[in-house]
Design a protein around this ligand. Structure first.
Ligand code: GLY
Ligand code: MN
Ligand code: MN
Length: 436
């Protein structure tokens, strides 16, 4: 592995945060889909962040203190199994390839872990994340407690290791930023392709196939989440994932899709007319959401806090809802009474990284919004979703618009990682006109 130092450095940083004690960090289990078929395997994000190791049946042990140690447990080499299922490192090669101090067979967990836990003052573990691992760790702790008369001490405390790792993962390293830039670029180009391939009469899943094609073609291992292709009123169902309706002439279509590249997610939403030309009402709503998004992105910089983009988007949307006759009263009244929630009911973004809704707190221990600092990556994704209602002019019914980009906070301001994805009305209309 050429980036061995990057992962070593992350382990060192965690052990420094731990001070003393042992961390036990398993990867994710394989999950059956039906009968003997499995879902495509996806490692646990915390485990991968610390190891770069992608195989299932693996666990990392970190021992902090005077002599820090990182130990991997993984599957044995097994030529028989490799003939059927493919390459596996085995402990020996994993140790040198990934830079661990030691590596053992996954089968030796029950033998080694009580010994490693004993005499450690505290255990760092994600209690509650997985009942099977909770039971395992409890079993090892009880075994150590049962040996106290032999002179062994059981740990006095258990700390949730995610508490430490979440803060570490929140600030991306240059290595992570380079990957996220690539992931974002692949997804941006894929959105542009899907936009150009959209025509009245096509099915939502046909358009989905266009960006999936582009993800795979560029080496992204997977979509980053279950994506949305929502024609017309389907866009007003926030988590619409059926993607099986026909795209109609005169409707908009909303696509929320991102890819995963070496673990790192991108997350983009674009909304555009199925026939390539915005109607008057569609234009009004789109221009408003775009203005809200640009205002929000403007506030995403050092010196501002996590909630600043949301507040900026809300200000713009509230005024726009009044101007369009969607909300009654003044902008301040709309904000005060939260009447905007009829059309905008979600928040304006989330942290992005190994998980699409990435690790990291949004408020600090004092209850204050986290200050935005260089290395943070967040999404900015305001929207407007108009369901038929008596208080809503009919020409707006079934219009759903969201515009979402991925934004890196830099020392000077920000970088929109997904800037290649077309988004102004004139760009969209000319891009679709050029479709073959
Ligand atoms: N695609 C998930 C989200 O936008 O939060
Ligand atoms: Mn998002
Ligand atoms: Mn999204």
């Amino acid at each position: 592995m050429d980036n061995i130092q990057e992962f070593k450095q992350r382990r060192v940083a965690l052990m420094q945060q731990m001070g003393v004690g042992i961390a036990i960090i398993p990867t994710a289990p394989e999950v059956a889909r039906n009968r003997d078929s499995h879902y495509p395997y996806r490692f646990d994000s915390y485990f991968y962040y610390l190891t770069g190791f992608k195989e299932p049946e693996a666990l990392l042990v970190l021992i902090a203190g005077d002599v820090p140690q990182s130990i991997l447990f993984c599957r044995d080499k097994d030529i028989e199994k490799e003939i059927w299922d493919g390459f596996r490192f085995g402990p020996e090669a994993a140790k040198t390839t990934f830079g661990f101090d030691a590596a053992f067979s996954f089968k030796q967990l029950d033998q080694k872990l009580p010994e490693l836990i004993s005499n450690q003052p505290q255990v760092f573990f994600s209690l509650g994340a997985d009942v099977a691992w909770d039971a395992k760790v409890t079993g090892w702790l009880n075994e150590v407690r049962g040996l106290v008369r032999t002179g062994m001490n059981a740990p006095a405390a258990m700390v949730d290791v995610r508490q430490l790792l979440d803060q570490q993962r929140l600030v991306k390293t240059p290595y992570e930023i380079a990957l996220m830039r690539q992931s974002a670029e692949i997804a941006a180009v894929a959105h542009n392709r899907a936009m150009q391939k959209t025509k009245p009469g096509k099915m939502e899943y046909e358009v989905e196939a266009e960006y999936l094609h582009e993800f795979a073609r560029k080496g992204a291992q997977s979509p980053a989440y279950t994506s949305i292709v929502a024609g017309g009123g389907n866009a007003c169902t926030l988590h619409y994932i059926a993607n099986n309706a026909e795209l109609k002439d005169g409707d908009l279509v909303l696509i929320d899709a991102g890819c995963e590249l070496d673990g790192y997610a991108s997350d983009i939403t674009r909304t555009f007319p199925v026939n390539g030309k915005f109607s008057g009402a569609q234009k009004d709503v789109y221009e408003l959401v775009l203005a809200a998004q640009l205002a929000a992105i403007d506030t995403a910089k050092p010196g501002q806090h996590w909630n600043a983009p949301h507040e900026a988007a809300l200000e713009m949307l509230a005024q726009g809802f009044v101007d369009l006759g969607l909300c009654q009263g003044t902008k301040d009244e709309v904000l005060e009474t939260e009447s905007y929630r009829q059309f905008y009911m979600h928040r304006t973004g989330h942290w992005l990284g190994l998980d699409v809704h990435d690790a990291g707190d949004y408020k600090d221990q004092q209850g204050q919004w986290v200050p935005l600092t260089a290395g943070h990556v967040l999404t900015v994704e305001p929207g407007c979703y108009i369901r038929p209602a008596e208080n809503v002019p009919e020409h707006f019914w079934h219009i759903g618009v969201r515009i979402e980009d991925d934004v890196l906070i830099t020392d000077k301001g920000n970088e929109v990682l997904t800037k290649s994805a077309i988004k102004t009305i004139s760009e969209i209309e000319s891009h679709m006109e050029q479709a073959s």
